[in-house]
Design a protein around this ligand. Structure first.
Ligand SMILES: [Zn+2]
Length: 211
């Protein structure tokens, strides 16, 4: 667990600041201990997320979402527009918000986040680097995040601030690195030419941390 997150957790006493505890190797899609006795939507509801359940679907191309929810607020933070995703991704997003995002904003920027600006979740398509294989987006198990609007009105984006040497750049780079402890795959400007303006976060079977 990176230092700022430890400090932030200590400073604000976030009970959900659980990264680094037993069972978390820092690279798995490991939300906080989950109650397997209840369904994902029930657990998601307990996080405070705002969402509506949708009907599972599958397309002729092999795309589809097994446990779809349309999310308008990840936990405390609204999404820039409603997003259809698998419930498991929504649950991971809620954990990411609490464990990584909010503490990083407070530590680096001294403010809160007002909104997560995403540019896509479910989409029936192939991978950007390998069109023959379906993307995790095709199963609603990936989200692309372009940036964040802060409570003081500033906007921090991957496109503008990734290489910024100041607090905005440190914030967004730390968020990307921290995301590797929550999601299975994290791709960003350091990965390839397809990810210069957003972070791709997914909970698919691969393990890959290259923001
Ligand atoms: Zn993506």
């Amino acid at each position: 667990m990176v230092l700022w997150a430890l400090l932030a957790c200590a400073a604000i006493g976030l009970t959900a600041c659980g990264a680094g505890r037993a069972g978390d190797d820092g690279h798995g899609a490991v939300p906080a201990a989950r109650d397997e006795a209840v369904s994902c939507p029930v657990r998601l509801d307990r996080t405070g997320a705002a969402f509506a359940q949708r009907t599972p679907f599958r397309t002729d191309q092999g795309c589809g979402v097994a446990d779809p929810v349309e999310v308008t607020r990840a936990r405390f933070l609204p999404l820039s527009r409603p997003a259809v995703m698998d419930c498991a991704l929504a649950e991971t997003l809620a954990a990411f918000e609490t464990r990584i995002l909010i503490p990083a904003a407070r530590f680096h920027l001294g403010t809160g986040i007002d909104r997560i600006e995403h540019v896509g979740t479910y989409a029936c398509r192939g991978r950007s680097g390998d069109r023959a294989r379906l993307s995790e987006h095709a199963f609603g198990r990936a989200i692309d995040i372009a940036g964040f609007r802060l409570q003081d009105g500033r906007r921090i984006t991957v496109a503008r601030h990734w290489r910024d040497p100041g607090p905005a750049g440190r914030f967004i780079r730390d968020v990307a690195t921290g995301a590797c402890g929550v999601f299975s795959v994290v791709l960003g400007p350091g990965s390839d030419r397809f990810h210069q303006d957003h972070l791709h976060l997914d909970i698919g079977p691969d393990r890959y941390c290259r923001p």
